[in-house]
Design a protein around this ligand. Sequence first.
Ligand code: DX5
Ligand code: ZN
Length: 221
Amino acid sequence: MTGQKLAPSILSADFARLGDEVTTITPEADLLHVDVMDGHFVPNLTIGPPVVASLRRHTDLFLDCHLMIDNPGDLLADFADAGADRCIVHVELGDPRPLFDDLRARDVQVGLAVSPETPFDAAAPYLRDIDLLLIMSVHPGWGGQAFITEVLDKVRAARQAIDADQLPVEIEIDGGVHTATASLAASAGVDILVAGSAIFGAPDPLAAARALREAAWPTAA
Ligand code: DX5
Ligand code: ZN
């Protein structure tokens, strides 16, 4: 799988103007990152399948749904029906294989997320079953936190394991991505950068997205 993708996270968008925010960022978005939080797995509470369905009607962008919820198994059908292209579930919940089977049966791509304190070894047994490994570089729950540099070792370990077996798995990093950390993450082998506040918190989101991309993967002069 080829990397060098940017995934704006709508968590930092203005939800009252969500459609317009998505339209604005579309020229620089390879996919759209949708953070789903339930007030249990993480203290914060955000959005669910109805908003995904609204986004689906509004955009053709790939909808990458990051499920920070205790009971993903109860909701995968709703996300699939809403038009999610991929659902990312957290390895900390326990054996994710039944969730993977459910997603495959619904023709939805499979992602697995690891929180900062979770070692790569927890995700390693599932690399052959997934399309995407999401490495959290902040504690899940909020935008605008500082990048945890130590997770770059996990990125390098994942890159090595995926390349060694030529697995079709992309590595996504999520949290605290701005121009300096985008460059570090790309050098460590990340394929997809998620960025919320660095894009939607900027006065010119499109220019901010371009700057992130250039910082991560400089184009030849
Ligand atoms: C945090 C979310 C992230 C969040 C990142 O739990 O998973 O996707 O949007 O926000 P920034 O880019 O502001 O750190
Ligand atoms: Zn996320």
